[in-house]
Ligand binder design. Structure first.
Ligand code: ATR
Length: 279
């Protein structure tokens, strides 16, 4: 049977094995999907071993995404833009690295939430790996403006510089992108506000101007939980649609599944099931 796994540290709470098992069952593919948790300095050896044992592909999670990208022989444009990989595929040609996180976010926004990104004003909060992973696919949707705002403004500027240097994003689209500190966010309501900071994980919220939220703003926290401090803040400030990142998790998995297996599974059914299980 074809073997896949998620590799990270920790991975014991990863929902990827459950999601991929549901995908495989839905399309009648026989495969196995495991969890691998190597010691920090044994990531590359663990990947090599899995491949040598006949493994077909891996999902990669924290803290190994940059190292996964670095060990690949070939990579997708979106992995180059992210400078990190969450998906590896093994073949006779070597190791191929992809990053499906941004595509997962875009698919969730467009397909599940019905958001139009073309021409939209998008505010992306954060400048770590989570933010960088989604910038390329967001710009591909041709927003009018993508503001990358971070508590430490210098990191947002560095992120834009790294994207430019990666060569994976055309200068035209980078010109729609603006980097700043949280206190310099341009005035006016945004169509979409995405929290890619780790603030929800430590029970806080980014200190942003309330005026970014309007009734039609979609507030999106990449963290998945029934509610988060960011979701509560957006609701309190008038956004009628504030959601967590469970849809992104399922959609990035579907993108990985597509790369490995050549077809998209029905994600809506899986998302419904996961939501029901987490009640
Ligand atoms: P990841 O790879 O998950 O993005 P990271 O590289 O540690 O993690 O980045 C965490 C991000 O969350 C950063 O953008 C951080 O802002 P700083 O660069 O200023 O540290 C942001 N962050 C974390 N807690 C925050 C908070 N309470 N308010 C605003 N930003 C926060």
């Amino acid at each position: 049977m074809d073997r896949y796994a998620v590799i990270g540290q920790p991975v014991n709470h990863s929902r990827s094995p459950r999601i991929h098992a549901m995908f495989a069952a839905a399309v009648h593919h026989a495969l196995t999907y495991e969890r691998i948790e190597p010691a920090r300095d044994e990531f590359e050896a663990a990947v090599a071993l899995f491949r040598a044992q006949g493994g077909c592909g891996l999902n990669v999670t924290l803290p190994f995404k940059e190292r996964a990208y670095a060990l690949a022989d070939q990579s997708s444009t979106r992995a180059r833009a992210a400078g990190a990989a969450n998906t590896l595929m093994f073949s006779s040609k070597g190791v191929f690295a992809d990053n499906t996180d941004g595509a997962g976010l875009v698919r969730d926004l467009r397909l599940n939430l019905g958001v139009t990104l073309k021409g939209a004003r998008i505010l992306l909060l954060g400048a770590g790996g989570a933010a960088r992973g989604v910038v390329g696919p967001l710009l591909d949707q041709e927003p009018a403006l993508l503001v990358i705002a971070n508590r430490t403004a210098a990191r947002a500027l560095q992120l834009c510089e790294a994207l430019r240097a990666s060569g994976a994003i055309t200068p035209l689209w980078l010109s729609h992108c603006q980097a700043c500190g949280l206190e310099e966010i341009p005035k006016g309501v945004f169509d979409v506000v995405i929290n890619a900071t780790s603030s929800s994980l430590n029970g806080s919220v980014p200190n942003i101007p309330p005026s970014v939220f309007g009734p039609r703003t979609v507030a999106y926290d990449m963290v998945y939980a029934q509610s988060t401090p960011f979701i509560e803040m957006a609701h309190n400030l008038g956004s009628l649609r504030a959601v967590d990142g469970l849809g992104m998790l399922v959609e990035q998995a579907a993108e990985s599944f597509h790369l490995w297996r050549g077809l998209y599974p029905d994600t809506a059914a899986v998302l419904r099931q996961l939501r029901a299980e987490s009640v």
